[in-house]
Design a protein around this ligand. Structure first.
Ligand SMILES: NC(=O)c1ccc[n+]([C@@H]2O[C@H](COP(=O)([O-])OP(=O)(O)OC[C@H]3O[C@@H](n4cnc5c(N)ncnc54)[C@H](O)[C@@H]3O)[C@@H](O)[C@H]2O)c1
Length: 314
């Protein structure tokens, strides 16, 4: 299979590219930054391009003729979406439309679009399934919901099949942003004290990166989707205080603490009420189930960072 992966140099996109190559597929990476250095017996093609530039996306699709697209490219930050809403609309909405248009022109049918649980806005229950209303409040989530809806329009008008995966917060080795649990693990392993000003009670579902990649590949492979949206998470929400307790068990002596109240993006923007994602639809439809609960995921993450640190020292 030939798969075009947008955002192929990012945290999730790069892991997806590795998974595709590992099973013998050809990956066409499309990103503003080059990360992979080609090769893998010619099964890895790296295109440097901007999804906000329609010509570049169309050219990549027509030149490389993928069988499907995994769309990971985006500005991934609630905080930047609040600070620069126009920029996030340009990349996350217009860029996604450029991807859909290029697929229409190049006659590529299936797109696995990495949406987000942010599309739900404030959770109206402690655990939500895909029938929860899309009522996003942050520009980042508004863009995700808009792209999902454009995907439905492209399905009805042009026969595209846009499958929206809605992961909760993805974590694991290589997580590029300074938020929980990365900041907790980095501080713990560096022997540094870390106090997060607020967030003790915010309960959030976290997805281990390997589970997110497995869900993306399973959705790509599933021959017939009855639904166009699937939650991807661990199925359980944990408070920031619980996260800290687990990291302290994994790194004895870690000096981590959190103040009361809701968690804030970048210590500034209060998160909306979150909770657990019900992941039973993906399990029932295409057999994907999370393999990592939060304890197993954090243990794997800490182990990987420790190994990386040992390699860097030697
Ligand atoms: N990581 C998470 O917690 C999480 C949770 C839910 C959904 N998602 C979604 O998953 C996808 C991947 O997220 P990630 O964590 O890998 O983010 P990331 O920031 O690591 O990767 C995004 C990639 O997109 C690329 N990119 C940005 N703008 C681009 C443009 N204009 N043209 C081409 N490439 C561009 C970046 O260079 C980067 O390599 C995103 O759509 C994100 O919204 C992520």
């Amino acid at each position: 299979m030939r798969v075009l992966v947008t955002g192929s140099s990012g945290f999730l996109g790069a892991a997806v590219v590795r998974a595709l190559l590992a099973r013998g597929d050809t990956a066409i990476g499309f990103d503003t930054q080059a990360r992979h250095d080609g090769s893998a017996d010619g099964r890895l093609v790296q295109v440097k391009g901007d999804i906000a530039d329609s010509k570049q996306v169309t050219q990549a699709v027509t030149a490389h003729g993928p069988d499907a697209v995994i769309h990971c490219a985006a500005i991934v930050s609630v905080l930047s979406s609040v600070d620069s809403p126009v920029q996030i609309v340009r990349v996350n909405i217009e860029g996604s439309l450029n991807v859909f248009e290029a697929m229409r022109v190049g006659q590529v049918k299936r797109c696995i679009h990495i949406s987000s649980e942010e599309a739900y806005g404030a959770f109206r229950a402690d655990k939500v399934d895909e029938t929860h209303p899309l009522d996003p409040v942050m520009p980042y989530g508004i863009c995700k919901a808009a792209v999902e809806q454009f995907g439905r329009t492209y399905r009805d008008l042009h026969g595209l099949e846009v499958i929206n995966l809605r992961p909760s917060w993805v974590y694991g080795p290589g997580l590029p942003r300074a938020r929980i649990p990365k900041n907790l693990i980095d501080a713990a392993l560096a022997g540094q004290k870390l106090h997060i000003a607020s967030g003790a009670d915010s309960a959030i579902d976290h997805t281990y990166v390997d589970d997110a990649v497995a869900a993306i590949i399973a959705a790509l492979d599933h021959p017939h989707h009855r639904y166009d949206a699937y939650n991807v998470g661990s199925g359980t929400a944990v408070s920031v205080a619980e996260l800290i307790a687990i990291v302290r068990e994994l790194v004895p002596g870690a000096e981590l603490s959190v103040g009361p109240g809701p968690y804030r993006h970048g210590d500034r923007i209060e998160i909306v009420k979150k909770g657990a994602l019900d992941v039973s639809r993906a399990a029932a439809e295409f057999g994907w189930r999370p393999r990592f609960d939060i304890r197993a995921g954090l243990a794997a993450y800490v182990k990987a960072v420790r190994e990386q640190q040992t390699i860097s020292r030697n």
